[in-house]
Ligand binder design. Structure first.
Ligand code: HEC
Ligand code: HEC
Length: 338
């Protein structure tokens, strides 16, 4: 066919029309205006939080939707159009400098969010997210309400779990530090309470554990493990003071399995996050040994019961194994000290 001006113009119009239908008309007709199976409406506070989110450009670092190609990253649910029903404007964000927030609701307690918004380094020492303290208390509360809404019905379930356990954790904390520790340890399944740390607390292992502590735990539990990190004043209940734990060693035969379980699963209802997605097994045992040796002053590492030794076992004799003092002995010593 000969290329005449007429053919050229008709051809251009056809290409233009095809692009418009593919990129505008087709998506527009196929758009559903129906809520998804998990959708719930936002209340006024959550809407205010949504506006703050949009106005402050949180979407430059966070996405609000899980794409099909994210399946390999452990996403539980691929986002659906109806999840964003009535969200105006629905700024989904494409950047992933920070984590995806589409299922953020109920991942953490409100007090965790407060400390995190005031200074993300308080809860995550390595975070590069900016501080939002300048927004003021009211706006931080609205933003938190919006975060807790994300995930809709799925978030509501997590929130209900957080609230149930928060009530119990605060009650246990208010009953006094010793009974709080007993409460915390009794909530660890029996099998884990009867398990020593299988990793020897060698110098190398403690150095690894210290590194993890500094990168993940420091600003909550504090540089000397007394629970007085920078986040502590925003948290209820506050972080545990590890240096008092020796008093419990008479009650608890082992400390390794208890720590592992708590670090892995977090303590729902408190700001103590779970680390099972961020730290693999050896790292949890190492940081648990570090806390035990440096702050508690005792570790049950590498003691019986043991199965078949691994092909690689560092040479290490546990020097901490003299009988841990009983509660009575500790109380007596405390009275004498006073
Ligand atoms: C410069 C990029 C950046 C900006 C802007 C930013 N964030 Fe973040 N955000 C991050 C990074 C990185 C993390 C992961 C480390 C952490 O938890 O602080 C994060 C973590 C979070 C988390 C915790 C997620 C979890 O469960 O661990 C929340 C909630 C959050 N951001 C909300 C917001 C909100 C709301 C805004 C806007 C007011 C915002 N972020 C702005 C980078 C950013
Ligand atoms: C955002 C703050 C925060 C961070 C980060 C944090 N914790 Fe905690 N942690 C807490 C709070 C709060 C509690 C106490 C809960 C209570 O008293 O009910 C706690 C309790 C614990 C306990 C229970 C102690 C016991 O004897 O029952 C252990 C163990 C622990 N944290 C270890 C860690 C380790 C290890 C890290 C880092 C990998 C870490 N935590 C990071 C806030 C935090």
């Amino acid at each position: 066919m000969k290329m005449t001006p007429k053919i050229f113009i008709i051809g251009s119009v056809l290409v233009w029309a095809a692009s418009i239908s593919l990129m505008v008309i087709f998506p527009w007709i196929s758009m559903e205006d129906e809520p998804s199976d998990i959708w719930t409406p936002m209340n006024e506070k959550e809407k205010a939080g949504h506006d703050i989110y949009v106005n402050n450009g949180c979407h430059y670092c966070h996405s609000l939707y899980v794409r099909t190609i994210d399946w390999g990253k452990g996403a539980e649910r691929i986002s659906k159009m109806g999840d964003y029903y009535q969200m105006q404007p629905a700024i989904l964000g494409t950047e992933r400098t920070g984590p995806d927030l589409s299922q953020e609701g109920g991942e953490h307690t409100d007090d965790w969010h407060k400390a995190h918004f005031i200074n993300p380094r308080y809860t995550n020492p390595l975070s590069l997210m900016p501080s939002w303290e300048f927004l003021g208390e009211k706006k931080i509360e609205q933003l938190t309400a919006y975060m807790q809404h994300l995930g809709w019905k799925m978030a509501d379930k997590r929130m209900a779990r957080q609230e149930k356990w928060q009530e119990k954790a605060i009650e246990a904390y208010e009953a006094g530090p010793d009974s709080n520790i007993t409460w915390l340890h009794n909530n660890v399944p029996e099998e884990w309470r009867n398990m020593p740390n299988p990793y020897p607390a060698t110098d190398a292992a403690l150095a690894r554990g210290r590194n993890i502590y500094e990168n993940f735990c420091l600003n909550c539990h504090g540089p000397v493990g007394d629970g007085q990190g920078k986040a502590a004043k925003y948290l209820d209940p506050p972080p545990v003071n590890f240096t008092t734990l020796k008093r419990h060693l008479a009650e608890d035969k082992y400390i390794g399995g208890i720590f592992y379980y708590q670090i892995m699963n977090g303590i729902t209802g408190t700001a103590m996050p779970y680390f099972k997605r961020q730290l693999e097994s050896e790292k949890i045992w190492d940081v648990s040994n570090f806390v035990a040796v440096w702050f508690v002053g005792y570790t049950d590492a590498n003691i019986e019961p043991r199965g078949i030794d691994a092909s690689y076992e560092p040479e290490w004799e546990n020097p901490y194994l003299e009988d841990p003092p009983t509660m009575e002995e500790m109380d007596k010593k405390k009275e004498e000290d006073q």
